[in-house]
Design a protein around this ligand. Structure first.
Ligand code: S3P
Length: 449
């Protein structure tokens, strides 16, 4: 029987999600699909927009973040069909041919949109652009891309030495560089590689640990000359490049699947199959971390779809134990740390998450927010400068918690609430629409009593 325990659009506030756990007998069952990968969706829209000819995308994430990317690139001259179906067509502008928009480019909540697009805009000589975003994005560090773009000769203005949006960009002919990034960030790497497309010569990025490599894969598929040195975590693009429109098939987002992996692991008696999930090795840290914690997860039907590895993931509930999550695995699970923290709350013993200071500059300060909100539910979570220490095994009690306007916090708290006694109200849960508009519908679908 389906359990009527989840309420959205309640009489409290249309943005809230209320989860009232029944006294006993709740489990999660079923075969589900998750929305398209957010990182790949952004890149498909962007490369399609700056390529020549037509790009056909299937499986695109219809979340708020890709809508921000689509709107920006429409303003730059791309023709992008309405984002009301997962099949989207893009008629590209051609490399170096973005038109000068008459208004500010609004990136909404999306750091990926702003940082990657800056690389494209900065390499458009003679054109002027302004970019902004929501309150969260206007507080996030842009110096990490503005500084290397400056080394290439870019001209960017904004508050605090152009480290905060809104930013103004005067496009110019850039010089190639070899940039040693202090952070393992796919957004930084991708920004510089995109700037390198229009720059004569070799533009190289070396990063301290390997971050997601979707840009490298997709740039090659669109015809750019990209070489990779796995020994040194370096990528080189040779410009000027030619990009030709392609067909892109976007796999399900492992970052969205992670909510169900943890839910299936912690709610007793559960078994879920999540179909068609992208399992690119630069993204599968969450699978490894959960397996180390003792989760019963299997990858089935492994295949390669349009250059990205894909599998169906099966999870069965069972006991978890605390673990230390640190070092080079961190960039491979950075977006999954909020939901891994939830897994740790229900694991036996202590979990330490370290080397993850990057979490403080995501859509929210995810270290502070997860500690604050999980502790409201009765968890034992301590903030570390670069992570969290979690003592698992303390029962949670439902109460009022807040997403603090962060999509991944909203969904992580909803999963925690499934194992909390009584009723949990998650304020601002509609933030989930950034990356997972159907999250609540899928939750309803898998709940069984
Ligand atoms: C992303 C890279 C990661 C990730 C973000 C998406 C991307 O950010 O947290 O959600 O698509 O390139 P960083 O590159 O800042 O680590």
């Amino acid at each position: 029987m389906k359990a009527p325990i989840v309420t959205l659009n309640s009489n409290v506030d249309a943005r809230d999600l209320i989860i009232a756990r029944p006294a006993a007998g709740l489990s999660l069952q079923g075969r589900i699909q998750v929305p398209g990968d957010k990182s790949i969706s952004h890149r498909a829209l962007m490369l399609g927009s700056i390529a020549r000819g037509e790009t056909r995308i299937s499986g695109l994430l219809l979340g708020e973040d890709p809508r921000s990317t689509a709107n920006c690139f429409r303003a730059l001259g791309a023709e992008i069909s309405p984002l009301n179906t997962e099949k989207v067509q893009v008629v590209g502008i051609g490399l170096g041919e973005c038109s000068e928009p008459t208004d500010v480019l609004d990136c909404g909540n999306s750091g990926t949109t702003m940082r990657l697009m800056l690389g494209i805009l900065a390499s458009h000589p003679g054109r002027f652009f302004t970019v902004t975003g929501d309150k969260s994005l206007r507080a996030r560090p842009m110096s990490r891309v503005v500084q290397p773009l400056g080394q290439m000769g870019a001209q960017v203005w904004g508050r605090k030495q152009a480290s905060l949006a809104p930013l103004a960009i005067q496009g110019t002919q850039l010089q190639p560089i070899h940039y040693h990034s202090p952070v393992a960030s796919a957004q930084v790497k991708s920004c510089i590689l995109l700037a390198g497309l229009m720059t004569a010569g070799e533009t190289t990025v070396t990063e301290p640990a390997l971050s997601r490599d979707h840009s490298e894969r997709m740039l090659q598929a669109f015809g750019a000359s990209v070489s990779i040195d796995p020994e040194t975590n370096s990528v080189t693009v040779t410009g000027p490049a030619q990009l030709q429109g392609q067909s892109v098939i976007v796999p399900g987002d492992i970052s969205s699947a992670a909510f169900w992996l943890v839910a299936g692991a912690i709610v007793p008696g559960s078994e879920l199959i999540i179909e068609n999930v992208g399992v690119n090795p630069t993204r599968t840290g969450v699978l490894e971390a959960l397996e180390m914690m003792g989760a019963d997860i299997t990858q089935e039907n492994q295949r390669v779809v349009a250059g990205e590895p894909v599998a169906d993931l099966r999870v069965k509930s069972g006991p978890l134990q605390g673990w230390e999550i640190a070092g080079p695995i961190i960039p491979r699970l950075i977006d999954e740390i909020p939901i891994l923290a939830v897994a740790a709350v229900f694991a036996e013993g202590k979990t330490i998450i370290k080397d993850a200071a990057e979490l403080r500059v995501k859509e929210s300060d995810r270290i502070a927010v997860m500690a604050r909100q999980l502790n409201r539910l009765g968890a034992r979570v301590t903030e570390l400068p670069d992570g969290l220490e979690i003592i698992g095994g303390t029962p949670l009690t439902g109460t009022d918690v807040q997403s603090e306007s962060d999509h991944r916090i909203a969904m992580s708290l909803a999963i925690a609430a499934l194992n909390a006694t009584g009723t949990t109200t998650i304020s601002g849960a509609s933030a989930a629409a950034i990356s997972y508009p159907d999250f609540t519908a899928t939750l309803q679908q898998v709940l069984c009593i």
